[in-house]
Write a protein that binds this ligand. Structure first.
Ligand SMILES: N[C@@H](CCC(=O)N[C@@H](CS)C(=O)NCC(=O)O)C(=O)O
Length: 262
């Protein structure tokens, strides 16, 4: 594919960030050459150039933006040949709405399933799965720290402001099974129209956002999250999205490759 930019492309993210995973798969979908840098969540020194501490950051040449949606819209400008933002203003609006729905439901469920204190052992296991992704892959975290922090990881996730804020997009008075059923129902309703989440005839970056989450949660066997095993409709949608991705995606994002079920 013709590349609209000859500038180097870098994606900076935490190895377990759902928003970073969205941009990762967006780059894969666009068949862009890029370098992935796993950011140290304590120091965020890898993104010092941005003077802020939130990931993902997409850097192209000297320019950068933080925000997974902005990153997808930026990639669309650079790689229009494989569109994922729709072909009309109304489609783009529907895609942005669907992407937000994924954040407020699929991603929120993922975060909630790592911190809900009523589901003690389940959410601790999920929290450890998050640790198992970020700790081994973040080279700039010292080995002694990785070992020392493991027992405290579930507590650290429970106290992280952005994790709580993300989870609270759901009605967290309800239990995870109820929320899973509601998110699943919403998902199936959305894909019932055209097979894709935004009701477009083609895959959009909202599908990429959900794919990133479902690939991640299924690979690492999270409990209570939306996974390929959640329903036949999700599994069919997942296979459909997979056929739109290049055959050999770069393996760097997941320490375990290929992801189970990919
Ligand atoms: N709306 C943002 C959300 C990004 C976000 O919440 N990133 C988390 C990691 S998953 C983060 O960097 N949190 C660190 C902090 O809030 O200080 C996006 O889509 O990029």
């Amino acid at each position: 594919m013709d590349k609209k930019t000859s500038e180097p492309i870098g994606l900076y993210t935490f190895a377990n960030s759902p928003f970073g995973a969205k941009v990762y798969w967006a780059l894969v979908f666009k068949q862009a050459d890029f370098e992935l840098t796993n950011v140290n969540p304590l120091t965020t020194k890898e993104i010092k150039f941005s003077n802020q501490s939130i990931v993902p950051v997409l850097k192209i040449g000297d320019k950068w933006t933080q925000d997974s949606r902005e990153n997808c819209l930026w990639l669309e400008e650079l790689y229009p040949e494989r569109p994922f933002c729709g072909s009309t203003a109304a489609e783009r609006e529907a895609i942005i709405e669907a992407d937000q729905w994924v954040t407020d439901n699929v991603t929120a469920l993922h975060f909630f399933s790592c911190i809900d204190t009523r589901e003690g052992q389940t959410t601790k296991r999920n929290a450890m799965r998050m640790a198992n992704v970020i700790l081994p892959t973040t080279d700039s975290l010292p080995g002694w720290f990785k070992k020392a922090v493991i027992p405290f990881w579930p507590l650290m996730l429970r106290t992280a402001g952005f994790v709580k804020r993300a989870a609270n997009m759901l009605d967290t008075k309800k239990d995870i099974k109820v929320l899973h059923a509601e998110v699943l129902e919403g998902f199936e309703e959305r894909i019932s129209k055209t097979g894709f989440l935004a009701g477009t005839e083609q895959l959009s970056f909202a599908d990429i956002a959900a794919f990133a989450e479902i690939a991640f949660c299924s690979t690492h066997e999270f409990e209570g999250t939306l996974n390929t095993s959640s329903s036949g409709a999700i599994s069919t949608w997942y296979d459909l999205v997979r056929t739109e991705l290049p055959e050999n995606p770069k393996p760097e994002l997941f320490p375990q490759w290929p992801p189970v079920g990919f």
